[in-house]
Design a protein around this ligand. Structure first.
Ligand code: GLA
Ligand code: ZN
Length: 680
């Protein structure tokens, strides 16, 4: 088989979203872009993401000449194009002529034309129109020398509640449960008399209708993911057959400033349908509510998740060279941060740093969003120079491209669990904080420079020495079995409070904590005490007391070793942290929500037992993150405003400076070094 052009590309990808379609009346700007692309040391551009109205200004009338020219020009300089399908935003004529393509919201209101990312995923007309334009793009460009990859649509998201989507949802439910009886059992129908007796009574959750049937809510979320993937599969059909050797991606997202996993689509499922994961990462650097290291650890976490979904390098499809336009405060990066934050993506497995956007648009809502080229059109400004420096740096470390990360520690994140837990009317409605809790566990490993994979429950566990699975409130019997097998064969498992309550349709387990979990952890969880925000309990662990808050599981010990006990309240002296030998492995249960202090002491012991400490670090520093990529490449990153030093076990070459490293390694504020050690 012909080798993929992507595999032959030995450079890291550097460049970003380029919208020449906004500038066709400004030929001097388009000319200037070509010149600036070289000066910025960029090599890859995503084209046509929102270009539908330029590509097809009237139904059936296509204009590709402008795109031909841009692609030829990029090819001429040896650059790459990531070519988009334009379904993320449709032309006005399409909505006007075919209103069925417009989305209907949960209140059953049909939306007007406008905005973007708001089409109905079921509409046969939208699907047909998308298939036509996608096919034309694939026919015309499948063997274009610049074509590197396909960028399908843009940031798929949202949901539609129109009649067509209701019909598809009913089919989905029917397909899953076969009979109404099974639906009523799974969704606990008789509750509030919500038994359904006709398929037509099944409706998507709505604020003006049903929101309290948790099994329905969960299935609706799964349907939305499946329906979005189905739309994506429809989009790529002809593209795949016309260009079988060109990889296909779609850009994923994170949720909120806190960089928690995207909430409304199960990317664990979606990942199986793309050739390469790409995603859009916008940390709020230099904010006023957390330290730079706090934020850097969250950036590490989410990138490790998106890498681990396919266990292979991924792409940063969008990031900003300065600020964005949609945070409350859109601060620009301080000197040094652009190089540091770009290198951090690579440190966690990215093979690119691509930007939104190449050039600031002149009008509309993104005219002040950070870009490589500002309205001043000048290559001498600070941001442009920072970008050029990143480009030059990527060139110096290109030997790292394609290398993977070998982690012995995994943290489990589960989209189904997140949805079910958020829905749960119980415990603390505002204190569940599932993704944030994973970030807290992750923090220990970030602080100690130990690589972590963040995986979904269906992934292989056998390569990990330590698996951390906090708060798996929804836990299928399959997952229980899998964790048992993993531990039995010698794995170390850590679990916490709020684990093992409901099954895959969000029905509570009967007869107490599931027997599988009792066997595995050697305990029985009897109750969960939920604390008010200002209340605390505390536990004593290895001779020290630690505050606990939000949740305390009350546990009966059956066969475990008690590592810590509560100190207060009616369950004082009862077990709060336990350890159970199971097969040749060990299963730990942390019964209460603890602070970083406790997690530090707890994981110190485990890391020691399993000999998982990073052997290269003789003396680290909490704010200096070291990430290993491949066998002998290390990214050393100072996420603090002060100079720091660390000591390492072997010398190497600082690839950015092309000079031997010193011992100790001195790190200026925000400095990054990429080191190849000589032992590899
Ligand atoms: C998203 C979109 C881009 C752009 C950026 C702005 O990631 O994909 O088109 O709007 O946000 O940050
Ligand atoms: Zn619809």
């Amino acid at each position: 088989m012909e080798q993929k052009r992507y595999d032959l590309e030995k450079r890291f990808l550097h460049g970003g979203d380029y919208n020449p379609d906004q500038w066709l009346d400004y030929p001097e700007i388009l000319q200037k872009d070509l010149e600036l692309m070289d000066k910025a040391n960029t090599n890859t551009f995503s084209l046509g993401i929102f270009a539908w109205s330029t590509l097809e200004p009237e139904e059936g009338v296509f204009h590709f000449d402008w795109l031909d020219r841009v692609m030829d020009n990029i090819a001429q300089k040896g650059g790459n194009v990531i070519l988009a399908t334009p379904s993320g935003a449709r032309p006005a004529w399409l909505s006007q002529k075919y209103p069925e393509v417009l989305r209907t919201n949960g209140h059953r209101e049909k939306m007007l034309h406008g905005g973007r990312h708001n089409h109905c995923f079921s509409s046969p007309i939208y699907r047909e129109k998308v298939a036509i334009i996608n096919r034309k793009l694939a026919e015309r460009y499948h063997d274009h020398p610049a074509l590197l990859m396909w960028h399908i649509s843009n940031e798929y998201s949202g949901e539609c509640h129109c009649d067509l989507c209701q019909e598809n949802f009913r089919l989905w439910v029917k397909n899953k449960y076969q009979t109404l009886e099974a639906v009523n059992q799974a969704w606990w129908g008789p509750f509030w008399s919500h038994t359904v007796t006709d398929w037509a009574q099944i409706e998507s959750p709505s604020p003006i209708g049903e929101m309290q049937v948790h099994g329905l809510n969960l299935d609706w979320r799964r349907f939305v993911t499946d329906q979005t993937i189905d739309f994506y599969e429809h989009e790529i059909k002809d593209i795949r057959s016309l260009s079988p050797n060109v990889p296909i991606t779609t850009n994923f997202m994170a949720d909120t400033y806190d960089l928690i996993p995207f909430q409304s689509l199960d990317y664990g499922k979606f990942a199986k349908h793309v050739d390469i994961i790409s995603w859009d990462c916008y940390p709020a650097w230099h904010n006023d509510w957390e330290t730079t290291a706090d934020l850097a650890s969250k950036v590490g976490f989410i990138n490790d998740l998106y890498r681990s979904l396919k266990q292979q390098p991924f792409l940063i499809m969008e990031s900003t060279p300065s600020g964005v336009n949609w945070h409350d405060v859109n601060k620009t990066k301080r000197p040094g941060m652009h190089l540091l934050s770009s290198m951090q993506f690579l440190a966690h497995g990215s093979d690119s740093n691509l930007y939104f956007q190449w050039r600031k648009s002149r009008g509309s809502s993104e005219k002040f969003h950070g870009a490589v080229v500002d309205h001043d059109n000048d290559e001498h400004n600070r941001v442009f120079q920072d970008v050029a420096k990143v480009g030059a740096s990527l060139e110096k470390i290109k030997e790292i491209k394609g290398k993977n990360i070998d982690a012995k520690v995994a943290i489990i994140y589960d989209w189904d669990n997140n949805w079910a837990l958020n829905d749960a009317q119980g415990f603390g409605l505002k204190s569940k904080r599932y993704p944030e809790t994973l970030q807290e566990h992750y923090r220990y490993f970030w602080d100690h420079d130990i690589s972590v994979d963040v995986i979904t429950p269906d992934q292989d566990l056998s390569k990990y020495q330590l698996v951390i699975a906090p708060m798996l409130y929804l836990m299928t019997k399959q997952t229980m079995e899998k964790l048992k097998v993993y531990t039995k064969k010698g794995g170390t498992l850590v679990s916490t409070y709020l684990t093992g309550y409901v099954n895959e349709t969000d029905l509570a387990y009967l007869n107490g904590w599931p027997q599988e979990l009792k066997d595995l952890f050697g305990i029985a969880v009897k109750e969960t005490d939920t604390l008010y925000p200002k209340q605390k309990n505390n536990l004593s662990f290895a001779g020290k007391n630690y505050d606990v808050h939000d949740y305390c599981s009350i546990v009966e010990n059956q066969a475990a070793e008690v590592l810590a006990t509560y100190q207060d309240d009616f369950y004082a002296q009862s077990p709060s942290v336990t350890k159970h030998a199971f097969g040749t492995g060990e299963a730990y249960y942390i019964g209460a929500r603890t602070t970083g202090d406790f997690l530090g002491a707890f994981y110190d012991q485990i890391i020691d037992n399993l000999d998982l400490a990073n052997p290269w670090i003789e003396q680290g520093h909490l704010a200096v993150s070291v990430q290993q990529r491949g066998h002998n490449h290390y990214f050393v990153m100072n996420f603090s405003e002060e100079s720091q030093e660390i000591r390492v076990a072997s010398e190497g070459i600082d690839l950015l400076k092309n000079a031997p490293t010193s011992q100790p390694i001195q790190m200026a504020p925000y400095e990054v070094k990429v080191i190849r050690t000589t032992d590899g």
